[in-house]
Design a protein. Sequence first.
Length: 169
Amino acid sequence: PKGNVRALRFAHLSLEFTDTNRRRTADIEKVFAHGYDVITGTEAGVSHGNAQVALRNAAGTHGYHLSLFRSHSTWVAVRKDLTTPDSVKVGVTPVLRASAAFKPRPPGRWGRRGIVWLQFGLAGYGTISVGAVHYVTRKGAGRRKGALDRLYAKAIGVWGRNHAAGSKL
């Protein structure tokens, strides 16, 4: 840290849902091996091959806490050596229902969407919260895209205000 400033190295891993399990595992391993402080990602739902198993394995091997839920395809990881003892909390804040719940059906398919988050204490700096989201694509949402984006943006704003209360970041 320089003075009162601390830089954290972030990375985002947007997995390709059409990749083979072997390619997906190699991509995950490569990013975790770089040692970024915080990693967020998408396309890791249960319908995305071995993504969840590969993420759990890489997080364990490289010393990361992982926020990953079967019900959502986004995730967050933070290096364990950055966190203060017993400070890590994980969760998911639901935002959108799966596409099958919409009437009439949208042109695309998606699972439940929400903010997958991980909160941790950083010695000398307080509590830091990191969330990961994946907006619905225009191709998938069709005419609903704007309305769904506004719903998501509002939920992100509420989440941010709740998790950044007081001295939290």
